[in-house]
Design a protein. Structure first.
Length: 425
């Protein structure tokens, strides 16, 4: 990454030079868009948006890019609306956005320097006062919320609609420029005068139509493309986490974890790990569940749990195919967890080895205890429900109460999406 920094610098300098040569360092040109006299800013920005959008989702439709691995700014609805209004008013009054003010200031334009000083002062004031309205600043959190999720439409259709909307805005913007900027009357031709514009728009719509028709890869298609690499991880058991490591992470306040239990409701009610969420294996690929997963805080580590490892491994294939990262499986499942940490013999006793069946719980429970037992949260000084018991506790059954902490080889490695830096705003 360090070797690429000069390239980033050159790209940034080229971008700034392009803005200056396009007139984006001139506040009069920038503010003219609000009076419909010159909508160059709108055309440039929306051209960048729709071209990037079409190329990204064309690449994802071919399987060359994983959109779920890309950083998308989380949505804070009302703070975002208020912030957008503040920035919009500042843009109208000052004639710059923060990025274009830097371009103007770099060429020693006085208005750009003054605006940049105002931006810097505003950032300082915000930093000093944000604690007084922190609740609002972090309110209406919606996570990674995109237009396809909001509209409930396939991604390709949404891409096509955005492109058509942008082209309609370009058309209306050029009409406005002729009337309000050049003083022409409404008697002119409605067709664009440039064949290049017509050809470019037609090519963009055609490529977008391909994206809409081809659609985005299904979970099974995505898994097929990554199966060689992921099957190697499964074979080497790199993603199977020992119970002792998961127990330590459960007690680590600096780690955000989510335990997804794919067992039956009956087994889940008998016993489950503290704060685990039960999920039907058949619903893991549902849009509602995947949308909820994507709203988890960045850096959340997900652990899949079943009675042994069978259903959890099947769940891993589904969720990895859906693009979920930081995904691990509890080694040996709940059966191995109870073997390691033990459980009050008045609550459950292990079944004979001869009675064990693949995928089944190997402990016979006297009653449904849920997470109200020490075995559900080792190391946590939590209160347990009182259990009446006349069963004699043998030395073998109580051995876990005095056993030393199991050792383990750490396997969890946190992955985070790279956040973008810079931009006009």
């Amino acid at each position: 990454m360090r070797g690429l920094r000069p390239i980033f610098l050159l790209i940034g300098a080229a971008f700034g030079a392009a803005l200056e040569m396009s007139g984006f360092g001139d506040s009069r040109k920038l503010s003219a868009q609000f009076y419909l006299r010159d909508v160059t800013v709108l055309k440039v920005m929306f051209t960048a948006i729709i071209v990037a959008e079409v190329l990204i989702f064309f690449a994802t439709s071919l399987g060359a890019l994983d959109f779920d691995r890309m950083w998308v700014n989380p949505t804070y609805l009302w703070p975002g609306i208020v912030g957008g209004l503040i920035m919009g008013v500042g843009f109208i009054l000052g004639g710059f956005c923060p990025g274009t003010s830097l371009v103007a200031a770099s060429t020693l334009k006085v208005d750009g320097i003054v605006f940049l000083a105002g931006v810097t002062s505003g950032v300082w004031v915000f930093g000093e006062t944000v604690s007084s309205f922190n609740d609002f600043f972090n309110s209406s959190y919606m996570g990674r919320f995109t237009l396809p999720e909001w509209l409930g439409l396939p991604t390709g259709i949404v891409v096509l609609l955005v492109v058509l909307m942008a082209l309609a805005m370009f058309f209306a913007g050029e009409l406005a420029e002729r009337v309000f900027g050049k003083g022409e009357k409404w008697g002119f031709s409605l067709m664009p005068s440039s064949r290049w514009k017509v050809g470019g728009a037609a090519a963009l719509v055609a490529l977008t139509a391909v994206v809409a028709v081809k659609g985005q890869p299904t979970i099974s298609q995505r898994w097929a493309r990554m199966s060689a690499q992921e099957d190697a991880k499964l074979a080497s058991r790199d993603i199977y986490v020992q119970p002792a490591e998961l127990a330590d992470l459960m007690n680590n306040a600096g780690m955000t974890i989510s335990i997804l239990d794919v067992r039956s409701e009956k087994d889940f009610n008998l016993f489950h790990l503290a704060n685990a969420q039960r999920v039907d294996l058949g619903k893991l690929s549902s849009p509602a569940f995947l949308a909820a997963i994507k709203q988890a805080p960045d850096g959340t580590v997900f652990f899949l749990v079943s009675n042994d490892e069978g259903d959890a491994t099947a769940a891993y294939r589904i969720l990895r195919g859906a693009g979920v990262v930081n995904l691990y499986i509890l080694e040996g499942g709940i059966n191995n967890w109870l073997d390691v940490f033990g459980i009050d013999p008045c609550v459950a006793m292990p079944l004979p080895t001869s009675a064990a069946e693949p995928g089944r719980l190997r402990y016979a429970f006297e009653r449904a205890i849920g997470e109200h037992t020490a075995a559900a949260h080792p190391g946590c000084p939590c209160k347990e429900l009182p259990v009446k018991c006349d069963r004699a506790v043998t030395a073998e059954a109580s051995v876990h109460e005095h056993a030393s902490k199991p050792s383990y080889t750490p396997k969890v490695k946190l992955q985070k999406k790279s956040k973008p830096h810079g931009g006009c705003g």
